[in-house]
Write a protein that binds this ligand. Structure first.
Ligand code: CTP
Ligand code: MG
Length: 221
């Protein structure tokens, strides 16, 4: 099983002086937390990191410093998350049966959730995503006007790590045209007819997006 760690975003909403992956989280750059956890997982055989442009070298050094021996390569990320994953996927071995895609912005990945998504693939699904119920009421809007209140019972908040049969993900991300502005890989797999299972997510897998998230998620370690 190969893992892709999407870490190439700029972190505009975080507004730091460096890409989000290199903002301090505890006593190391944010990227180090998920990288160390994936490297330590018995489920993961090899890792490809998509690094922010200009931060390839520091990413490799960080992996070496942490003794992450499973890091196979580090690619320069693309303009969107989808492009970054596509570039990283090109470095995944042809022999890989399963690809796990994870956001570096979700530092607290653990074996329990990895096991849940992999179990779904063993059941015959093309992909699996961790998900949580929606705690808030969700409305569709046009400009300032509310046009619809959605039934939140039907909705889920989806996280990473997401697992896919390798060939299914390759097909979903193939081609040279720019990908749709999907914010996760499952969307690309769904769009190509893939069957994706929803498994139980983890509250600790919250994404670091805004400055307030840094302390909040660090407190969950
Ligand atoms: N990501 C990526 N390549 C991109 C954009 C995003 O690999 N071109 C990764 C991010 O590094 C992150 C994950 O996708 O781990 C989720 O993206 P997001 O939380 O939106 O991170 P950023 O794009 O960095 O943040 P922002 O949207 O605030 O700029
Ligand atoms: Mg983004």
């Amino acid at each position: 099983m190969w893992a892709i760690l999407a870490a190439a975003g700029s972190g505009d909403r975080l507004g730091a002086d460096r890409p989000k992956a290199f903002v301090r989280f505890g006593d190391q750059p944010l990227l180090g937390e998920s990288l160390g956890r994936l490297d330590a997982s018995d489920w993961v055989d090899a890792i490809v990191v998509a690094a922010p442009p200009g931060w390839e070298e520091p990413s490799i050094l960080l992996a070496e410093e942490l003794g992450c021996s499973k890091v196979s390569s580090c690619v320069t990320g693309g303009a969107t998350r989808g492009e970054s994953v596509r570039l990283a996927l090109a470095e995944v071995s042809e022999d890989a049966a399963v690809v796990l895609v994870h956001d570096a912005a979700r530092p607290l990945v653990d074996d329990a959730v990895i096991e849940r998504v992999l179990t779904a693939l063993n059941e015959g699904w093309d992909g699996a995503v961790p998900a949580l119920p929606v705690p808030d009421t969700v409305k569709r809007v046009e400009g300032e006007r509310v046009v619809e209140t959605l039934d939140r019972e039907e909705l889920r908040v989806v996280q990473t790590p997401q697992a896919f049969v390798a060939d299914v993900l390759r097909r979903a991300l193939s081609g040279s045209e720019p990908l749709s502005p999907w914010t996760d890989c499952s969307a690309a797999v769904e769009a190509t007819g893939g069957r994706v299972k929803v498994v139980e997510g983890d509250l600790r897998l919250q994404k670091i997006t805004d400055p307030i998230d840094l302390e909040r998620v660090a407190a969950l370690v």
